[in-house]
Design a binder for this molecule. Structure first.
Ligand code: AMP
Ligand code: MG
Length: 410
């Protein structure tokens, strides 16, 4: 335990390390055509089978020639043409040049290209300007990628901009991992579906919408078990089904210690689950462990707590299970525009709005109320303001770390 740790509360870094150590990649490999491979994680490195570009070619519409032929001369004889897809065949005699188009193969006897705007046509002669540099306006074979070059490592998750790169290498299919199967449900007697009228003491189930929305941005297969009442038999049955059908089971609610104790009893019967009090705010109550055939994440019921623990703990752990390399959302230093309230002892994930001020500096302000049920702040925010465990109140003008919302949250 470090100097600033709070007895009984697990620091978030320790929780994440413990979770990552407890899981292994678990998804089968499949072959996926590149056009439907966005979001999939590579199971094997991609090695380029070709050179890009595959041949020396012109970067301009103009004329190709040997630079040495212009040493004592400003005029060359036009002897042919090379168009994209229709190369020039033959030799360029001394003092000759050819018309060439962008992307057209550069003949072996030529080493330079002049753009047509810098030339003049005199009958069958082309007049050049004096300052020609050997090799100008030529794109060399393999200058972007060479055959045998490692393009992506295993564990890389393909983004939309990676797909055209694969296409440019003539790679039609890739070996990837199958998506994780993720079962989700909300627990709580007070929860109602969004299209139902609320009676006294009831609230809408928003956490399942949070989970579905975020998971829809990832390449996972979601199995949604809906709302499960705080009923031991029903909960047990749902846990058993979820464990059977999915690699990962994520629930929200019912993990605070002392309350809804039968959730704890059921989970202890079904697997090895740790009920943790995390040294983070929001998100203190959290459960993690293994059922017989799946990994379990028990998120707190409070909506902001559920989102914070999902993004900070569950998603990185699921990424490892899915075979993906760890990634970290962008964290940057920012200057506070006002004071932030903070009690030492837990790491805060406050909701903030960053912007660049008139002096070009990155600043951050709070969205206001930071209660773990105040979800409107999550919608207004564009970043988390991460205030370290040992830190107390923050004054205006101090530097804090912000975590810019990743793609999952946008
Ligand atoms: P719990 O963790 O079950 O004690 O719930 C903590 C708080 O979160 C309570 O105010 C619950 O009503 C609320 N809550 C639990 N589940 C949800 C949910 N699915 N959507 C919105 N709020 C919830
Ligand atoms: Mg509850």
């Amino acid at each position: 335990m470090g100097c600033c740790d709070t007895p009984g509360l697990k620091p978030i870094a320790d929780a994440l390390t413990q979770m990552l150590d407890a899981v292994e990649p678990c998804c089968e490999q499949i072959t996926q055509p590149i056009q439907s491979a966005i979001g999939f994680t590579l199971a094997q490195a991609v090695i380029s089978p070709v050179y890009v570009p595959p041949f020396n070619n012109s970067a301009m519409d103009g004329y190709a020639f040997r630079a040495a032929d212009l040493n004592n001369n400003t005029e060359l004889t036009l002897v042919g043409k090379s168009f994209a897809g229709a190369p020039f065949r033959g030799d360029i005699p001394k003092g000759g040049c050819i018309r060439i188009m962008t992307g057209a193969p550069l003949p072996e006897d030529a080493d330079s290209v002049e753009m047509q705007e810098n030339t003049q046509i005199n009958g069958s002669f082309i007049q050049f300007q004096a300052n020609v540099r050997q090799g100008q306006n030529v794109r060399l074979r393999g200058e972007d990628i060479t055959a045998g070059q490692r393009i992506f490592e295993a564990g890389h998750t393909l983004r939309s901009r990676d797909i055209p790169l694969l296409a440019s290498l003539g790679i039609a299919k890739v070996n990837v991992y199958q998506p994780l199967k993720v079962a989700i449900f909300s627990t709580g007697d007070e929860l109602k579906h969004v299209d139902q009228a609320l009676k006294e003491g009831q609230i809408y189930d928003s956490n399942r919408y949070c989970l579905n929305a975020i998971l829809s941005k990832m390449n996972v297969e979601v199995i949604d078990f809906g709302i499960i009442a705080d009923d031991p038999a029903l909960l047990k049955d749902t846990f058993l089904q979820a464990n059977q059908q999915a690699d990962v089971v994520i629930t929200s609610g019912g993990v605070s210690v002392g309350e809804a104790d039968y959730t704890k009893d059921i989970l202890e019967q079904l697997g090895e689950i740790g009920f943790w009090k995390l040294a983070i705010k929001p998100g203190k109550p959290f459960a993690f462990g293994k059922l017989s055939d799946s990994v379990f994440f028990g998120l707190p019921g409070n909506p902001v707590s559920a989102l914070v623990t999902l993004t900070q703990l569950a998603l990185p752990t699921m990424a490892k299970m899915a075979g993906a390399k760890p990634t970290q959302a962008l964290r940057l230093p920012a200057i506070t525009t006002h004071g932030f309230k903070k009690v030492p002892g837990r790491t805060d994930f406050q909701r903030g709005i960053y912007q660049v001020n008139d002096d070009g500096k990155l600043t951050v302000s709070s969205t206001g109320g930071q209660g773990s049920g105040v979800f409107s702040g999550m919608s207004q925010a564009n970043c988390f303001v991460i205030l370290e465990q040992a830190r107390g109140n923050v004054a205006a003008g101090e530097t804090v770390t912000i975590e810019v919302f990743s793609d999952y949250l946008n």
